[in-house]
Design a protein around this ligand. Structure first.
Ligand code: FAD
Length: 423
């Protein structure tokens, strides 16, 4: 495969773009793989890449029912940050952010990671105190770039927020992470796919898993729409479809519910917002950034009913529009270009699972709620480590299904350390 470099981009530019090879193969499924990852989203592809690269396992397949990145990978609002305060989440998301900082080089693919900072608005002295407590914990434990801003600093950085005397929720300050930002979600999918394929991973699209064959406590094969595939190990990374695959493996209930989350993009505008801004107050919930093409990319709360449909309801559209007007009234006449929804896998404490399961050779990656995009590099790294070594790394030791039995909840509401901070 042709590597991307300044010289190659230049040379192909002047020679008609004819020198590029295919970015990844389109192989027929083999009858046997050492590891099969179900789900060609961010986590399945990243795990395959790190399994091949860090653990030298080469006979790997990623099977995807549609096209890679067609699930939540291609539907999210692309926010990347590590401002989590709970032990376990804190280390995990900080590790992930460090991996993001070198990801374009690692994959030889520009994932357009933009560390534009993440600003959570604070609207009461209590909210400022709570955020200060959490951010102090983070600063003491390895996340140095988080801080609390007063109103003057915030006004200088983001002048056109609703600071007026009649604001419904007066802004009093902000909790800020400077190294946070956004990346291009499709590019992350394509970058991992291309890099995994170069290491020999078979990426098999249009291949839906329809059944899982078990011999007592081991999976022997998976049934797919393209035939039976035998395998030694299976990793589940199917986000909102986790419960479906779980029951195919003949198991009971999971502490996961599938909920819809919508996102929106406006018509392109001239540069308006340099940062990611988050607003969550009085039941409202809203986060927004501006894409490189100029579209305002934003989202809000879950639809709050369970569904596998990848489309959302109108009350949330109204809710998000109201929240937008409360903090950025200048958006009032901007037209909406598109809106869509994804099915997110909500765990009961808002934190993820990367763990072994009651079936010996079945491994689980799920429960990402709103946070799985930013988690991608670390999720891939630690899930690959778990599958290769059959034991959890200490960073994910408590991200297992039994934590509830132990009375240990990693409770950050799927969001992180700020009140109502999502994305
Ligand atoms: P996915 O990318 O959904 O991949 C799972 C794949 O499994 C899918 O491609 C699906 O087709 C496949 N699959 C399912 N069933 C089968 C089957 N039977 N056989 C084969 N394949 C199957 N996270 C952030 O960090 N920041 C954000 O700003 C953010 N915003 C979001 C906004 C929205 C609207 C949504 C929906 C999510 C958002 N997220 C965000 C969450 C993030 O997108 C997900 O957590 C992340 O994509 C999960 O990655 P994944 O690989 O587990 O899932």
């Amino acid at each position: 495969m042709t590597r991307f470099s300044a010289w190659n981009v230049f040379w192909n530019g002047v020679t008609g773009q004819k020198g590029w090879s295919r970015q990844w193969r389109d192989p027929e499924p083999k009858s046997h793989y050492d590891v099969v990852l179900i789900g060609g989203g961010l986590h399945g592809l990243a795990t395959a890449y790190y399994l091949a690269k860090n653990h030298n396992i080469k006979n790997i397949a990623v099977v995807e029912k549609g096209w890679i990145g067609g699930g939540n990978a291609g539907r999210n609002t692309t926010i990347v940050r590590s401002n989590y305060a709970q032990p376990g989440n804190r280390e995990f998301y900080e590790d992930s952010l460090k991996l993001w900082e070198n990801l374009s080089h690692e994959l030889n693919y520009n994932v357009m990671f933009s560390q534009r900072s993440h600003i959570s608005l604070l609207h009461s002295p209590g909210a400022i105190d709570g955020a200060a407590r959490n951010y102090n914990v983070m600063r003491q434990t390895g996340t140095p770039d988080v801080e609390i801003w007063g109103l003057d600093q915030l006004k200088t950085a983001v002048p056109h927020l609703n600071y007026g005397p009649n604001a419904r929720f007066p802004i009093m300050g902000a909790a800020v992470q400077q190294r946070a930002g956004t990346a291009r979600h499709d590019a992350v999918v394509w970058g991992y796919a291309r890099a995994a394929d170069a290491l020999g991973v078979d990426i098999i699209q249009n291949c839906e898993v329809t059944g899982i064959t078990r011999n007592t406590n081991r999976i022997t094969a998976i049934e797919t729409s393209r035939g039976t595939i035998k395998t030694h190990k299976v990793g589940l990374a199917v986000a909102g479809n986790t419960s479906r695959l779980w029951s195919m493996a003949g198991m009971g209930q999971l502490p996961i519910e599938s909920h819809k989350l919508q996102a929106f993009v406006s018509e392109p505008l001239k540069p308006l917002l340099d940062q990611v801004v988050v607003f969550g107050m009085g039941g409202a919930h809203f986060y927004i950034s501006q894409s490189d093409k100029g579209g305002m990319v934003f989202g809000g709360d879950l639809d709050w009913y369970k569904s596998y449909a990848q489309k959302g309801n109108l009350p949330i559209v109204q809710d998000v529009a109201e929240a937008a007007m409360a903090v950025l009234p200048c958006l009032g006449r901007v037209r909406l270009l598109r809106h869509w929804s994804g099915v997110v896998d909500m765990s009961m404490d808002g934190s993820h699972f990367i763990c072994k399961t009651p079936v010996d050779n079945l491994y689980l990656n799920a429960g990402w709620n709103y946070g799985g995009f930013k988690a991608t590099p670390a999720a891939g790294t630690y899930f690959a480590d778990l599958i290769a070594n059959d034991r959890p790394h200490k960073v994910i030791a408590n991200h297992d299904l039994k934590r509830f039995e132990r009375g240990l909840q990693i409770d950050e509401r799927g969001a992180g350390a700020d009140p109502k901070l999502h994305g």
